[in-house]
Design a protein around this ligand. Sequence first.
Ligand code: ADP
Length: 396
Amino acid sequence: MFADKKLSNIVITSIGLTTVIPILVVIYLIKPDVFLKQGVVQAAPIIVIITLIIAGSGLSLLLGVSRSIAELSKNAGIIASGKLVQQQDNREERPRSEVSGLAESLNLITEQLIFNVDELESKAILLERTNRELENINAKKNEFVSTVTHELRAPLINIKQCAAILLDEDNMGYLTLEQKEHLVLMKNNAERLIYLIADLLDVSKLDSGKLHIEPIEINKVIVDAVSMVEHWSESKGMDMQLRLSYPNCLINADAERIRQVFTNLLSNAIKYTRLRGRIEVYDKLVKREPPQEEDSAENTKKEKKNYIEVSVKDTGIGIPEEDLKKIFERFAKVAHPDFVQAGLQSSGLGLSIVREIVRIHGGYITVESRVNMGTTFTVGFPVYEAENADGKNKTD
Ligand code: ADP
C-alpha cells in the first residue's frame, strides 16, 4: 500500500473522477434523456456498477505499479549505497508487467554487480598478498647481496694487497717477466671485482629504498666528491676546474647518494680522458617542467620548477652516438678499441646507479658527446624552496 496516507487519498479521488466523468459524458452523448429526472434515477445503479468496476481495476493496476516501483526504488537505493546484498528470488510469485520486468532486470544487474565486486575483492586480496611476498623476497635478496658482497670484499682486498707486495721487486727480489704478468693480472682482476662489489652494494642499497632525505647544500657535496678523486686526476696530469655559482643552493636529498652521483661522473671523466686532459664542473639555475617518468603515458603540462643543473665536462674519448642510449643500462659497456689504459676498471653499473639516484630525487640526467672531443653529463635536481629556509636559499 501507499506509505503516505495523503497521497493515497489523492490517488483514489483522482481515479474516481477520471473514470466517472468520462462515463457520464459517454452516456450523455449516447442517451441524453437518461439525464432527465426519472432517467437519472433509472440509470443510477448501472452507472454506480460500471464506476466501481473501472475504479477497482484501476486501483489494482495502480497498486501493482506502486509495489513494483517501491521495489525498484529499494533496489536502486541499495545499489546507490554500495551495500550490495542478494535479493530474495520471489519472481515466480507475482504476475509479470513492464515495471515488474524492470524490477527483475534490476535484480539481475544487482546480482551481477555482487558477483563482480566479490571477484574484485578476492583479486585485490590476492594481489596484496603477492605484493607482500615479493617485498619479502626483494628484502631477502638485498640482504643476501649485501652479506655476500661484504664477505667477498675483505679477501679480495687481501689478494690485491698481496699481489702488490709481491710485485715490489725492491723488497721481494727479482721476478721473471711471466711472474710479473701473472701478478699484474691477479692485482687487476682483484681490483675489478672490488669495484664491481662496491657497485653491487650500491645497487642493493638503492633497491632497498633506504634514503636519508634532508635539505643539503649541493655545492658542498660536489666539493667533497671532487676532493675524493683529485689525487687520481692529478696523477694523470689533468686540469680540474670547479666553477660553482650558487653556493647556498639547497636540494632535498640524501647527501651520500648525491656524492655518489658526482664521484661516479668525475671518475668516468678521469677514466675516459687521456693524460693531461681537462675536466670542468659548473652549475646553472633553470626553470622547467618536472621530468616525465619514462614508462608514464601521461602527457599533461606540469607547473615549472627551479632546478639546479650541474655539468661534468671532459675532453676525453667521447661516446659514439649509437651508444648514447644504452650507457645508462645496467652492465652496459662501450667498446673503446683504441683506448687502452692499464688497470681501467669498469663494471658497467656506474651510470645506471647515477640515473636511478637522480630519478628517485625527482631529477634528470642528460649527456652530450662527440667522439675524441669529449663528453658532458648534466644532472638536474629540484631546488629546495621551503619558506622557512631562513633566507639561506638565495639562488638568484
Ligand atoms: P663503467 O663502470 O664501465 O664505467 P658506467 O655505467 O659508468 O660503467 O659507464 C658505461 C659506459 O659509458 C662506459 O663503459 C663507457 O664506455 C661510457 N662512458 C661513461 N662515461 C664516459 C665518459 N665520460 N667518456 C666516455 N665514455 C664514457
